[in-house]
Design a protein around this ligand. Structure first.
Ligand SMILES: [Zn+2]
Length: 201
């Protein structure tokens, strides 16, 4: 089965009906941990007092202050905004670029989570590199903000890279075979795995 691993790694083989729910919760948890952690880490590395406005204030690392920032209402407002903006605009981009209907929500959430997984590598590394190269916290803090743009475009771009836009829902995403009535979870034509939610009803 390997279902838990498939869900965690955003694999197409994630069979569980709960997969989209679990992956959405992971997306939320990702935002509430990775984004603040990245900001705190860069803040600590540079010895700056991070501020949302991006004005660098050199101070030594202070755990109490860091914890205060993590529970700061402004941070949570920012994170809620970030998730809402991503969800709204990435859904629009996804529908335009893939011509997929809401029935493919499972596919969308899986790709959104996959974008997050990439972000777990690229976001801290990118912020870190920009901070070190420029020495400018104000510039480095824009990396997580610019990251939102990639989060918006990411699911749609991944869907296109994987060719999900080529055939309408209910057809094999690889060869276009009509999967009406197919409950085997595999395309009889090419053998490709059929992700949950893409089978014809
Ligand atoms: Zn096929």
């Amino acid at each position: 089965m390997g279902s838990t691993r498939d869900i965690l790694l955003a694999s197409p083989a994630a069979e569980s009906r709960n997969a989209p729910v679990i992956q959405f919760l992971l997306i939320v948890a990702w935002h509430w941990t990775l984004v603040p952690a990245t900001m705190e880490f860069v803040d600590w590395w540079l010895g700056y007092g991070a501020s949302i406005s991006g004005v660098p204030v050199p101070t030594p690392f202070d755990l109490d202050r860091a914890l205060q920032q993590l529970v700061h209402p402004l941070l949570h407002c920012l994170l809620v905004m970030m998730v809402l903006v991503e969800a709204l605009f990435s859904t629009i981009a996804f529908r335009i670029l893939t011509r997929r209907r809401p029935a493919d929500r499972a596919l969308f959430i899986r790709l959104w989570w996959r974008v997050c997984l990439w972000g777990a590598l690229v976001l801290p590394a990118g912020t870190f590199v920009v901070a070190v190269v420029s020495g400018d916290w104000g510039l480095a803090i824009r990396v997580p903000l610019l990251w939102v743009l990639w989060m918006i475009a990411g699911p749609a771009l991944l869907a296109r890279i994987h060719g999900f836009h080529r055939f309408p829902p209910g057809h094999c995403e690889k060869c276009g075979y009509n999967l009406t009535g197919n409950i085997s979870g595999r395309c009889p034509e090419c053998g490709r795995h059929v992700p949950l939610g893409l089978q014809a009803k």
